[in-house]
Ligand binder design. Structure first.
Ligand code: FES
Length: 215
């Protein structure tokens, strides 16, 4: 399974990667608390996902990028461990690579993950919130080990229903992402790819879709 970033064009997905929709679920207070499975898309061995934001057939590419899309990749190809700051808590740590934030807001609930790590009693909630973070910005660490949710290898098209926005592509389970120049980004269990065309950290999402760019 592989995702290849094509020059000023879509993501080429090969290897029969399952594709489905996942929606951000919120509680009565509007805080992100859970994920809701959406529809599954029928796909073939190879398919192309829009990353310019202009397709009329989202999430698939319809060739609209040919009307002028600068898809230049701008992300630093550095490891998560290099990018992340470590916050020390009570019995656990929290790694935070802020530049990867896709603003899914699971970390804002219940007083914020950064606060929850400071009390052993709320540590479990902090771990759950970090594991719900689609971009992998946040990672909970206990006894020196990163805690990762078990995710199938698939791509989820994120729908941010509480905010009425289309979100990024959530690459789950550790699928290789190859840059246009052939280099491979660090393979991670959770990562989000831009599909509005406006990220300043392409190919990754940097939450620009929240600024009015349609994803
Ligand atoms: S990348 Fe082809 S239509 Fe958006």
């Amino acid at each position: 399974m592989r995702i290849k970033v094509l020059k000023d064009g879509p993501y080429e997905v090969t290897g029969n990667v399952p594709l489905k929709e996942m929606k951000i679920g919120a509680d009565g207070a509007g805080e992100s608390t859970h994920w809701v499975d959406g529809r599954e898309f029928e796909t073939e061995e190879t398919y192309h996902l829009c990353r310019c934001g202009n397709s009329k057939n989202k999430p698939f590419c319809d060739g609209s990028h040919m009307h002028g899309f600068d898809g230049t990749e701008t992300a630093d190809n550095i490891s998560y461990d290099e990018a992340a700051i470590v916050y020390r808590g009570d019995g656990m740590d929290l790694m935070d690579a802020e530049g990867l934030c896709a603003v899914a807001r699971f970390c804002d609930a219940a007083g914020s993950t950064w606060r929850l790590i400071n009390d052993a009693e709320t540590g479990e909630t902090a771990v759950r919130q970090a594991c719900n973070c689609p971009s992998g910005r946040l990672t909970a660490v206990k006894d020196g080990k990163k805690i990762e949710p078990k995710l199938p290898k698939e791509i989820a098209v994120v729908e941010d229903e509480p905010e009425g926005m289309h979100g990024p592509l959530w690459v789950r389970g550790g699928i290789e992402i190859e840059a246009e120049d052939g280099t491979v980004y660090e393979v991670r269990n959770r990562v989000t790819l831009c599909r509005c065309g406006n990220s300043a950290n392409k190919p990754f999402c940097d939450a620009m879709h929240m600024d009015g760019g349609e994803e």
